[in-house]
Design a binder for this molecule. Structure first.
Ligand SMILES: [Zn+2]
Length: 248
């Protein structure tokens, strides 16, 4: 009797790949089931068709064995994101997004939503003229999917919604009574723009909204978001350090 290996088909985006033994790679994907890895045999051989399935930032449907150490056994490339790969800033932005998902995927509370969100953001990145702002949009909205979202609507101490300002150390907004000079990171205007980004759905996002944010404010938001992530998950990925060096 022949042994049949169970095969399953699954769609995902390649987050990164690592070399594995001779000529093979382990490709890490993110899809609606969360992060998963595939053993791709022969992908490092010259001219190997399977190498495309190991290339970071590739959308593919893959067939693989249904086991704990899953092996790649064919598939279809759905998008190579060449528009992004051919743009110096956009590729760095995409790398920051993928790196965050790679490291934090276990903390994402809903992978169906998380996967759709990542895919939608990458699609937006293809055509936008504001890639740096899209990264801020992505990172601030991702806090929601990670269950560490800041409180934007009311004072975290008393629930008041008047005269709010924002504090990273406190994890959200503070009203006039509860704010102390040293804690305040954003003034009312800066807070209103960040809040608008946080509450805008990707389907409703436009460059018009993003363009309102000045270069100075981009720097400020980036610092704030990095501090925020470090406070909650002690994490600043390498990709973001590279992004700051290359995309000043
Ligand atoms: Zn208060």
């Amino acid at each position: 009797m022949k042994m049949h290996k169970e095969l399953k088909k699954i769609e995902g985006i390649v987050l990164k790949s690592l070399d594995y033994k001779e000529n093979a790679q382990i490709a890490y994907f993110y899809g609606h089931i969360g992060r998963f890895s595939l053993h791709v045999r022969g992908s490092k051989k010259i001219g190997a068709k399977s190498s495309a399935f190991c290339e970071t930032l590739t959308l593919a449907e893959v067939s693989c064995t249904d086991s704990e150490f899953s092996s790649f056994s064919g598939g279809e490339i759905l998008d190579s994101y060449n528009v992004i790969k051919n743009d110096f800033v956009k590729i760095q932005v995409a790398m920051c997004m993928l790196d965050k998902v790679y490291h934090l995927s276990d903390s994402i509370t809903d992978h169906e939503i998380g996967y759709k969100f990542l895919k939608d953001c990458l699609n937006y990145l293809k055509t936008t003229n504001c890639p740096k702002l899209l990264l801020i949009f992505f990172e601030i909205k991702l806090t929601y999917l990670l269950g560490i979202n800041p409180e934007f609507k009311k004072c975290i101490y008393c629930g008041s919604s008047s005269e709010l300002s924002f504090s990273i150390t406190e994890g959200g907004c503070l009203c006039h009574t509860h704010q102390y000079e040293t804690l305040i990171d954003l003034d009312k205007y800066e807070l209103s723009l960040l809040k608008a980004l946080y509450y805008t759905k990707i389907a409703e996002l436009t460059d018009e909204l993003l363009k309102e944010i000045s270069d100075e404010l981009i720097t400020k938001y980036n610092q704030l978001i990095d501090k925020y992530y470090q406070k909650y998950i002690e994490y600043l990925p390498n990709s973001k350090k590279i992004y700051y060096t290359l995309c000043k």
